[in-house]
Design a protein. Structure first.
Length: 162
């Protein structure tokens, strides 16, 4: 199923995703109310489950807080597609079960476009423009972590099956 693309520029830091004053909130739904409130105040009220965040380079730079990907997941964001990610944000997102995809063609995606991702084949489909773009699929072990809901769920499952 396709979702709306919410387009952002380069160097979106974790403070832009979740402002520091909300770090006292630890539940995804509570954080979701404040996602991008300083850069796109309408986001929290208009984002729908299954929507995508699309950005340029270095998405998630800044501090290492897990609140940023947790807020995105709580808001129902299905995945983040960007030209590149800050390394700590990438790991934090995977650890909480939010998939990320690197795509060189993000500038072809407009704000509001309807997109879909085939994670296994590594393809972003832009339904609004009738185009498709290559993305780097997650390695199988990272896909498994995301599919089980994050690192804690994955570890519990591994321990249970041992």
């Amino acid at each position: 199923m396709a979702g709306r693309a919410w387009k952002f520029k380069d160097d979106i830091d974790t403070d832009a995703i979740i402002p520091g004053r909300y770090l006292v909130i630890n539940d995804p739904e509570g954080l979701a109310k404040h996602v991008f409130e300083g850069v796109r105040p309408e986001f929290a009220g208009q984002v729908r489950a299954g929507d995508f965040v699309v950005a340029g380079t270095n998405f998630g730079c800044g501090s290492s807080r897990e609140h940023a990907p947790l807020g995105l997941k709580g808001a129902g964001v299905k995945a983040v597609v960007a030209k590149s990610f800050a390394r700590i944000f990438f790991r934090n997102a995977i650890n909480i079960g939010l998939p990320l995809f690197v795509c060189a063609d993000v500038e072809r995606i407009r704000d509001g476009d309807s997109i879909e991702i085939d994670a296994d084949r590594g393809i972003v489909y832009n339904r609004s423009r009738g185009e498709s773009y290559r993305t780097t699929p997650l390695p199988p072990f990272l896909q498994e972590i995301v599919e089980t809901g994050g690192l804690v769920s994955y570890t519990k499952r591994m321990v249970k099956s041992a």
